[in-house]
Design a protein around this ligand. Structure first.
Ligand SMILES: Cc1cc2nc3c(=O)[nH]c(=O)nc-3n(C[C@H](O)[C@H](O)[C@H](O)COP(=O)(O)OP(=O)(O)OC[C@H]3O[C@@H](n4cnc5c(N)ncnc54)[C@H](O)[C@@H]3O)c2cc1C
Length: 416
């Protein structure tokens, strides 16, 4: 583990800090301190400023509107934004700027890059991720959505589910089966599909937190151009896996900052509810604080490997398991501190549907009780806790692989 940053990134850090000092109003405590409407207005304007400053496309090559800087510059930027309590773009940028743009840069054709990257950056096109299906979540390779070439178009039939933000997206990147004769992982393609067309129906549904976030997406003869396949026909599994690795380094740097700010809010919550002298509560808070410190060290370990160019390995499963399970505990504690008040959500709920509330959040019962519910989903998305434990058991502890279905059973499962 090497936790020092080279001088060129420290110079860059000073530039980011100067920008933040100039751009943020005096007394700024973080976007969490704004009321809901003001926070959304701020977030939209802030995105525009990040684009102007080149921060949303820092690592992209210059010919696509980027600045050609390194991954470490990106990590430094993310750290400073997290510390200042400002977002990196709008929620749907997770799928467009972070996931798809980086995937296109690695796998896309020249035409795909020139067409889509500028529109992702400007915010003209927003994207969502069409991986999971009703019978294909942890076992994603069981997916049944299929696409067939008809002339110069793919025709797509099937269903996706849990599609975050599809109800306000323009496009979806879809994993679809394009070759039924190939093995489960081979005959899948990564397609770019416009959502605004007669063959696509998006049906939103509410999360238990009350937020409207998820959708079912139905494809019934939906169409997209033949050349909108990324990384080659039947090669979608490899493309899909590389997309999942994109964010890991940034998260390793920003998670400890956001979770640390959350523990500080928790201490304040305990004081407010007169629980700061309760020995059991004090012990549980100290436990949370130590867990976040360990998270910081884990983050540095991941970053060190990632910056040396290592592909995400089992250590990213440790990190995912670690923060998501921790987050259920810290939010349990907040609910215990608030007692019955936690059952009556008052104040501003979090804007985020992932992780912690934003820095500066008012410590309201609505913030904590919604975050408590959101925390449960952290153990599911991006690979459930059970799946992470399987990976660790097999790849780190060297335990035998869990039983896999036979080839015959798999062939049956792949039927529509
Ligand atoms: C907040 C949130 C946002 C999401 N956003 C998106 C999105 O934008 N796009 C998208 O495509 N998907 C999205 N998902 C879906 C997510 O990727 C899946 O929920 C996840 O992969 C788990 O799949 P599943 O829900 O089908 O559960 P299943 O895979 O059916 O699992 C059910 C239970 O069985 C356990 N299990 C499964 N297999 C094993 C095994 N081999 N060993 C031990 N236990 C096992 C699981 O851990 C789980 O407890 C999102 C999910 C959440 C919660």
């Amino acid at each position: 583990m090497d936790i020092s940053y080279p001088p060129e990134t420290e110079t860059f850090r000073a530039g980011v800090r100067a920008f933040l000092a100039d751009a943020l109003p005096p007394g700024w405590r973080g976007i969490g301190a704004l009321d809901e409407d003001a926070a959304w207005a701020f977030a939209r304007d802030w995105r525009r400023r990040l684009v102007e400053r080149g921060y949303l496309s820092l690592t992209w090559p210059e010919r696509y509107g980027g600045h050609g800087l390194s991954k470490l510059h990106q990590v430094v930027l993310m750290e400073e934004l997290a510390r200042a309590g400002v977002p990196f773009g709008l929620p749907q940028d997770t799928f467009g700027v972070k996931m798809l743009a980086n995937t296109l840069l690695r796998w896309g054709t020249e035409e795909q890059k020139s067409r889509f990257l500028p529109r992702i950056l400007s915010g003209e096109d927003t994207w969502c991720q069409g991986y999971s299906e009703p019978d294909a979540g942890s076992d994603l390779a069981s997916l049944k959505t299929r696409a067939a070439l008809e002339g110069d178009e793919w025709v797509i039939d099937g269903q996706k589910v849990w599609t975050s933000g599809a109800h306000h997206s323009d496009w979806i990147f879809v994993l679809a089966r394009t070759n039924r004769d190939a093995s489960r992982h081979r005959g899948i393609s990564f397609l770019l599909v416009p959502l605004d067309q007669p063959g696509v129906e998006v049906r939103p549904f509410r999360m238990m937190s009350g937020q409207l976030h998820f959708n079912e997406v139905f494809f019934d003869g939906a169409r997209t151009r033949a050349d909108l396949v990324v990384g080659g026909v039947d090669n979608g599994w490899t493309v899909a896996q590389s997309l999942l690795g994109v964010e890991r380094g940034e998260e390793a740097a920003t998670n400890p900052i956001l979770f640390r700010a959350e523990v500080e809010r928790l201490v304040e919550l305990a004081r407010r509810y007169g629980k700061d002298q309760d020995p059991v509560i004090r012990q549980r808070i100290a436990w949370c604080w130590s867990k976040v410190e360990i998270m910081r060290c884990l983050g540095y370990r991941i970053l060190t490997g990632w910056l040396k160019g290592a592909e995400p390995g089992p250590e990213s499963s440790i990190a995912k398991l670690y923060w998501s399970e921790y987050h259920t505990e810290v939010t349990d504690l907040a609910m215990d501190i608030m007692g019955l008040h936690g059952q009556v959500p008052v104040g501003r709920p979090p804007l985020r549907t992932y992780r912690t509330d934003d820095p500066g959040a008012a410590n309201s019962s609505a913030s904590w009780s919604t975050t408590y519910l959101i925390a449960r989903s952290g153990t599911i998305y991006a690979g459930t806790s059970q799946v992470q434990r399987n990976i660790l058991a097999e790849k780190v502890l060297g335990l035998p692989r869990e039983p896999r279905a036979s080839a015959d059973q798999e062939a049956v499962r792949a039927q529509p």
